[in-house]
Design a protein around this ligand. Structure first.
Ligand SMILES: [Cu+2]
Length: 139
């Protein structure tokens, strides 16, 4: 005859909780990103017989551009704007929309609940000037 004692029940319960939590420990990740502007002005150059002069342009890069995490991770971002103008960091699907003035630093956190590859983009500048990045959330 099978006798189930309180100790046995407690043991089974502990095993069940342990199995449920195994590998599901809430994790956190810290990311640090810099906005940096690069002057790509061309004073004069000749390419295949065509001469161009005074083509003035800046490119803004998010360094690094891409971030990878897993669903269920609390992500902490620190953004530092080293560009001489205001910059923006938006991830539409996550409701992230942060604008930083020159030399400003901002921190914010959120839970990565939705899997997918999401574009990190700047609302202030065209995408061929301020290049977008990717926020990748693995299932
Ligand atoms: Cu920008």
């Amino acid at each position: 005859m099978l006798r189930i004692t309180l100790a046995t029940l407690t043991g089974i319960l502990a095993l069940a909780i342990g199995a449920t939590l195994w590998g599901k420990k809430p994790s956190e990740q810290h990311f640090r990103m810099y906005f940096r502007a690069y002057d790509t002005t061309i004073k004069e150059t000749t390419i295949e017989g065509v001469t161009i002069k005074n083509v003035r342009q800046f490119n803004v890069l998010n360094e690094p551009e891409d971030f990878v995490t897993r669903v269920g991770t609390k992500v902490h971002f620190t953004l530092i704007n080293e560009s001489p103008i205001s910059e923006n960091f938006s991830v539409t699907e996550y409701g992230v929309d942060q604008t930083l003035k020159p030399k400003e630093e901002k921190r914010f956190s959120f839970m990565a609940r939705k899997p997918g590859a999401f574009t990190i983009w700047c609302k202030l500048h065209p995408k061929n000037v301020h290049l977008p990045g990717t926020f990748l959330v693995l299932p």
